[in-house]
Ligand binder design. Structure first.
Ligand code: CMX
Length: 467
């Protein structure tokens, strides 16, 4: 029995009535020296008791009604999911465990050589609701580095992919293959008791996050470079190592960009395609590898994560067509040409947000600090001042403001990572941090198989007496 399981068992009965930990992002607690697994194990019985008590008192309350339009309209606004790590406000944007992005930038531990938060700290925050100490974050960095190696058959699998296979397909393929390593799948086959699911799930998520840089790096180096992948540095943080396997760790600004990038792309509550898919597939007790690979296939869609590749491509095409110094009038005409040809303006609009995405703002601030004179950043800034007006006049989109994908490409290309097809892989590395934290809670809280009700049009027409 592991130390964490013992800790879990010994405190199981005692913690039923402690305060909610959901708003305790900065609370002090008497466990500074605990590992992430030990702290998570301690919190499970508290949270189980909290949810049980809440459901007993409020379980029959309605969250809203569902209209026919919502059923046909991609379920926009239907409240039917639980997601512990983050909540998205349409006006304000995302909060991770109650903290805004600027608050995360301020409160989460940073590397000694950087100004941006370490995503290891964000994982701790998403999983526990608590801001970790620098020492605890260092522990996570070391653990992820120690778990980072990928089996040789997965390396060979990636190496055998044709360079023409999209990097997201290679990414998903490799993660499906990594399922071979799943502790949860093995434990389930051996008959693990459901109250202990959380333990192998936690192990799987830590392994999987840890291995993502090596997978991403191998894909990048194979497709675009010489196929040689640098080794993970056991003493460095996750973002440094990601930059290293890609071949960019000599540039400390790029390493810091990775810290920001991995932090802000991680989690965006539960209803977006990649998060919801991971959660849904996990509800069938598919292990974290299978669940996350499914989520990545959704992230690879152009209306979701792939938009970040599409944005840079669209922007570069605009530049090549009308020039980097194009006038406002020329840009406006170009925008109307895009819209009139039945295409979306990538990077703008959002299913929930109704203001500029704070993830866009965080990247814009990074650009203002590090690359204020980059001509392409100048063009992206100009577009920010023109696109919302055109989309408003166009009159279709409910949100004319930029989302996260409108800014990431210009930063990556500035540092030499110019291969747009690869951008969604980076998004995927980050997304793992958010959705895998939730998978841990899904299994710890015994979330059941997800199975909403569907109807046919014929059935609905009959239901309402329509002709
Ligand atoms: N350009 C042109 N038209 C747009 C638009 C845009 N950027 N955003 C929305 N619209 C259109 C929609 O296509 C829809 O048109 P139809 O009625 O003809 O189908 C109409 O406006 C209403 O859409 P909406 O309710 O405002 O937005 P949705 O919730 O349906 O879709 C999103 C949201 C993100 C898919 C959409 O805004 C879009 O396609 N944006 C461009 C792609 C993009 O940037 N995606 C990344 C989102 C962030 C992420 O997940 O990574």
């Amino acid at each position: 029995m592991s130390a964490a399981v013992r800790a879990f068992s010994s405190i199981k009965g005692a913690a039923a009535h402690r305060a909610s930990f959901n708003k305790i992002a900065s609370r002090a607690y008497a466990s500074q020296a605990k590992s992430l697994k030990e702290r998570f194990a301690e919190l499970i019985p508290e949270k189980q008791a909290e949810v049980k008590e809440f459901r007993k008192a409020y379980g029959s309350k309605a969250l809203g009604e569902v209209t026919v339009d919502q059923a046909y309209g991609g379920m926009r606004g239907i409240k039917g999911l639980i997601w512990e790590g983050s909540v998205l406000d349409p006006e304000e944007g995302i909060r991770f465990r109650g903290l805004t992005i600027p608050e995360c930038q301020q409160k989460l531990p940073k590397a000694h050589d950087g100004g941006e938060p370490l995503p290891e700290g964000l994982y701790w925050l998403l999983l526990t609701g608590e801001v970790p100490t620098a020492e605890q974050v260092k522990g996570v960095s070391a653990e992820w580095a120690a778990r980072s190696a990928i089996p040789s058959f997965v390396e060979e699998l990636i190496d055998r992919c044709p360079k023409t296979l999209h990097p997201m397909s290679q990414f998903s393929l490799a993660i499906n293959a990594l399922q071979h390593e799943s502790h949860f799948a093995k434990a389930y086959a051996e008959g693990i008791h459901k109250s202990n699911y959380w333990d192998p799930i936690f192990e799987d998520t830590m392994d999987l996050i840890a291995k993502l840089p090596n997978i991403a790096g191998r894909i990048y180096r194979n497709v675009y470079k010489d196929g040689k992948v640098a080794s993970i540095d056991m003493d460095k943080d996750y973002s440094h190592n990601l930059a290293k396997v890609l071949g960019f760790s000599d540039n400390s600004e790029f390493v810091d960009l990775m810290r920001l990038y991995l932090t802000i792309h991680s989690d965006h509550e539960g209803g977006n395609v990649s998060a919801h898919t991971t959660h849904l597939v996990g509800s069938a007790l598919s292990d974290p590898y299978l669940s996350f690979a499914a989520g990545l296939n959704g992230l690879a869609g152009p209306l979701h994560g792939l938009a970040n590749q599409e944005v840079l491509r669209w922007t570069l095409k605009l530049k090549d067509t009308i020039g980097i110094d194009a006038s406002d009038e020329q840009i406006t005409k170009y925008l109307w040409d895009t819209l009139n040809s039945g295409q979306v303006v990538p990077g703008y609009g959002h299913a929930v947000l109704r203001k500029t995405d704070p993830r866009y703002t965080a990247q814009r601030e990074f650009a203002l600090k590090h690359l204020p004179d980059d001509p392409l950043f100048g063009l992206v800034s100009k577009l920010y001042h023109i696109i919302p007006g055109v989309l408003t006049e166009h009159g279709k989109t409910k949100n004319p403001w930029p989302n996260v994908d409108a800014h990431s490409g210009v930063l990556l290309q500035y540092y030499g990572l110019v291969e747009q097809d690869f951008y969604t892989v980076l998004f995927g590395v980050s997304r793992g941090i958010g959705v895998l934290a939730q998978i841990c809670w899904d299994r710890a809280l015994g979330m059941p198989l997800e199975r909403p009700k569907s109807y046919s049009t014929a059935y609905l027409k009959k239901m309402f007496g329509a002709n």
